[in-house]
Design a binder for this molecule. Structure first.
Ligand code: FAD
Length: 390
């Protein structure tokens, strides 16, 4: 006697809010796991911009498994050189980013490289609806229903909030952002530089630091240099509401010889300057029923961790794998969080340490950082540092 075969189960549906690195990675991996994802993105079109990304560790390993690595460039020039600039503009040898980290090679990329590779992989397979996002969320045991800001309504097996640090999904399903955002007393500004800077050659990284301030210029293969500036401020939320040019000139006006003033001039000419506060997200559960947070909305670790994009990809890959293994969505979400949380907690803690590398927060930190740079820029010190990084 033959048993009648069951009709194939219809593909499970997921609504993904946000088409950043995490949202695109979720769409790709869920599609490969047999789901039917829909992305909704608040911006009117693709967000192709973004700044530097050190890409290594779990994200790098996930990108390799997903077959994305070949399409990702390494924008660090072989033989790249690092320099430190003191307050008066004197230039001394400094550090370059290592070529390994957390057990994998480290690639210098731009956020736009990751966005392009992920977008190319999904845009023929997954619907992306721009100019909309969630206005209300309801759920029962069987489905989650999202009413969008354009009035449309979508029901699905799963809602993924991959909508970044200021997540609307988190606000709607978990409560206001203030409960979960922990701010550093830091502001960050970044922009692409539209021309050559005095004394900066292709392949160079230059860093000017003083207690509570730092200014970085990174050069890239086949891309203009990117400048970013960090400084301490007691009221970062109020600070980043100021005009960036005025705020930055006030803090960096007397700083870094000719290079920092040239960076400030380039920022004035740029149409797109990132000017924001630096924060982390700490929330004790990433899912409620069929709603889950992914990427910066769940665990934003800040730029100091070097893991934000990478963990968006690694988190999406693991989530899709567990959803494939578990029929019950809430059980898959629980298993996912149990596996992933130790890693994100570790990187959040590492970010607290790494902030001192990016910007010495006080006089003592400045002296310690200078000493460390001197040791590491010596060949013997570099070997020790490399061993520690790996
Ligand atoms: C200066 C700087 C340097 C960094 N350096 C590194 C690094 O070296 N290595 C690294 O791995 N990471 C780095 N990061 C962090 C990394 O860029 C982020 O962690 C990562 O891009 C987060 O991706 P995401 O997709 O989770 O969120 P986001 O990139 O914030 O994407 C969220 C998306 O959701 C959309 N959205 C928001 N609200 C809504 C809504 N209500 N409805 C619909 N859509 C919505 C947004 O428009 C956006 O497209 C750096 C960040 C900065 C700023």
């Amino acid at each position: 006697m033959t048993t009648p075969s069951l009709p194939p189960r219809p593909a499970r549906r997921a609504v993904i809010v946000g088409s950043g690195i995490s949202g695109l990675a979720a769409a790709l991996t869920l599609h490969r796991a047999g789901w039917q994802p829909l992305i909704v993105e608040r911006a009117p079109e693709r967000r192709t911009g973004g700044y530097f990304v050190r890409f290594f560790g779990p994200g790098y390993a996930a990108a390799e498994r997903l077959g994305l690595l070949d399409a990702l460039p390494n924008r660090q020039r072989p033989g790249a050189r690092g320099f430190e600039i003191d307050r008066s503009g004197r230039v001394t040898p400094g550090l370059t980013f290592p070529d390994q980290g957390d057990g994998t090679p480290l690639r210098m990329l731009l956020r736009s490289d990751l966005e392009r590779v992920l977008y190319d992989a999904v845009h023929d397979l997954v619907e992306i609806r721009y100019g909309t996002g969630p206005a209300a969320i309801t759920q029962d045991r069987h489905q989650v229903t999202v009413t969008m800001t354009d009035g449309s309504v979508e029901s699905a097996d799963l809602l993924i909030g991959a909508d970044g640090i200021h997540s609307t999904v988190r606000s709607l399903a978990f409560g206001p952002e203030d409960l979960y955002r922990e701010d550093f007393d830091h502001a960050v500004a970044a922009c692409v530089i539209d021309g050559a800077l005095p004394g900066v050659r292709d392949g160079d990284t230059m860093v000017a630091t003083a207690p509570g301030r730092s200014a970085w210029i990174n050069t890239y293969v086949d891309h203009p240099p990117v400048a970013f500036l960090l400084y301490r401020t007691p009221w970062p939320a109020a600070e980043v509401r100021k005009n960036p040019s005025d705020a930055l000139r006030e803090v960096f006006g007397d700083f870094g010889g000719t290079i920092v003033p040239a960076m400030l001039n380039a920022m004035d000419r740029s149409e797109s300057v990132l000017f924001d506060q630096v924060s982390q997200i700490h929330i004790n559960r990433w899912s409620q029923g069929r709603v889950v947070l992914l990427g910066d909305s769940a665990w934003c670790m800040s730029l100091y961790s070097g893991q934000g994009s990478g963990m968006g990809i690694a988190g999406a890959e693991l989530l899709s794998r567990l959803l494939e293994e578990h029929d019950c969505v809430p059980s898959a979400l629980g298993a996912w969080e149990q596996q992933l949380r130790p890693l994100t907690t570790r990187y959040q803690k590492e970010a607290l340490r790494m902030q001192h590398f990016f910007m010495p927060v006080n006089r003592f930190g400045h002296i310690a950082r200078r000493g460390l740079v001197r040791v590491i820029s010596h060949p013997a010190g570099a070997k020790i540092a490399k061993a520690i990084m790996n």
